[in-house]
Design a protein around this ligand. Structure first.
Ligand code: F3S
Length: 399
């Protein structure tokens, strides 16, 4: 790869061991993927923050990078951690886990990473502009940034995202290049999309179609007239989870769609396929559910307001986690939503989520509106799942 003078100095160790290690990672990646040079990034999002996923080996590596003098050069935020930093005891997290999780956060803080832990950084101040190069490592957020914002990111891993943060650059390949952003297949949606769970299920169906191609094409999606932020974040999470997609185009909704004409090859998604996929995400009876969670990806303030409206004057009968970013929770506090929700017996789980928290073995059946939560709850945490529209999930918590 061709490096600038400054990048070469980083590689030679002139800025310390951590920066050198970071540049070594990026040069290795760039070489593997055939990048000719680095490109400056304006924003980084690091995944791999929960101690439940990192373990001692991951924590050791982060501590080494912090001890080696690593400091971020661009705005850098974190994915959800394994617990709510303020409310972990109420969520049943052990003191030992909390101690280890805070060591992880401390290592990031020593590198000047902003320790807001959320998978929706674009809602809380880490919001890149159209065309900017970024290095993000949360698959749902990468898909949102590329598709909805029109920024440019590959699907980074935790180490490569941290390396981009410490150097301010990333190798120029993949979604950083114009030619890699062209759609390869037209998807015609012939189904009614009413709620966040429908958009999530659409992501499942399209994602599984894309998975069948050896070279996964970028989808050019027709037939969706409008979509809210909440619906798009749900769609991005599931098309990324079930199809490994990092970019799609939707005319009238995403900013780069008008650059292209619909590709000749195409498929149609029917209502029957959406209904079948929805049914497949439900593997249990609602009256056996013992866990309810909303906020995969993390909730917006609007969604929290709706939960408060529905819970007002009721008491929940099941463990109900509301997962969101800390700054969004603080807005909910100020708006009085938190008081209503907590009076009903539901629990905020800010900074974390029901997938990355260490809850394996605690619950049997989860009710959610999120196809991504279903995927990981049934896989990682061995919980059976029930998917419902957003309002019905709240109602399931009080029945
Ligand atoms: Fe976010 Fe956790 Fe879902 S990181 S996208 S809430 S699995």
């Amino acid at each position: 790869m061709k490096l600038t003078l400054e990048e070469q100095k980083m590689l030679d160790g002139e800025y310390g061991r951590a920066t050198q290690k970071a540049m070594e990672i990026l040069v290795a990646l760039g070489t593997i993927y055939g990048a000719e040079k680095m490109v400056p990034v304006t924003s980084v999002q690091i995944a791999g923050v929960s101690y439940d996923n990192l373990g001692e080996a991951g924590l050791h590596w982060l501590s080494e990078m912090a001890d080696g003098g690593g400091k971020t050069r661009v705005l850098t935020t974190l994915n959800p951690a394994g617990m709510d930093f303020e409310n972990w005891q109420a969520l049943g997290i052990s003191a030992e886990f909390a101690r280890q999780q805070m060591r992880v956060i401390d290592a990031f803080a020593r590198m000047n990473v902003v320790t807001t832990c959320s998978c929706t950084p674009y809602l809380i101040g880490n919001s890149p502009h159209f065309g900017q190069h970024i290095a993000w490592a949360e698959s749902s957020a990468v898909c949102y940034a590329n598709s909805v914002i029109g920024a440019r990111s590959n699907r980074e891993g935790g180490p490569s995202a941290l390396a981009a943060a410490l150097t301010g650059v990333t190798p120029e390949y993949g979604f950083h290049l114009d030619e890699q952003r062209r759609p390869g297949i037209t998807i015609e949606v012939a189904a009614a999309l009413r709620d966040t769970n429908d958009f999530g299920t659409l992501g499942v169906v399209i994602g599984k179609q894309l998975e069948q191609f050896e070279q996964k094409p970028i989808a050019y999606i027709l037939g969706v007239d409008q979509a809210s932020v909440e619906q798009l974040k749900s769609f991005c999470a599931s098309i990324a989870t079930y199809g490994g997609a990092a970019l799609f185009h939707m005319p009238g909704i995403t900013p780069e769609a008008d650059r292209y004409t619909p590709p000749g090859e195409g498929i149609t998604i029917t209502q029957a396929e959406i209904d079948t996929a929805n049914a497949a995400l439900t593997s249990a009876e609602a009256d056996e559910a013992d866990f309810v969670s909303l906020g995969c990806p993390h909730l917006t303030l609007n969604e929290i307001a709706r939960i408060a409206e529905l819970l007002k004057g009721h008491q929940v009968t099941k463990e109900f986690w509301i997962t969101t970013a800390r700054p969004t929770k603080q807005m909910a506090d100020r708006m009085g939503y938190t008081r209503i929700i907590e009076e009903a017996g539901a629990k905020f789980a800010a900074d974390t989520c029901c997938v990355v928290a260490p809850i394996k073995g605690r619950f049997k059946i989860l009710v959610t509106d999120s196809a991504k939560a279903c995927y990981y709850a049934s896989g990682k945490n061995k919980i059976r799942t029930i998917i419902k529209p957003f309002d019905e999930v709240v109602l399931a918590a009080i029945q």
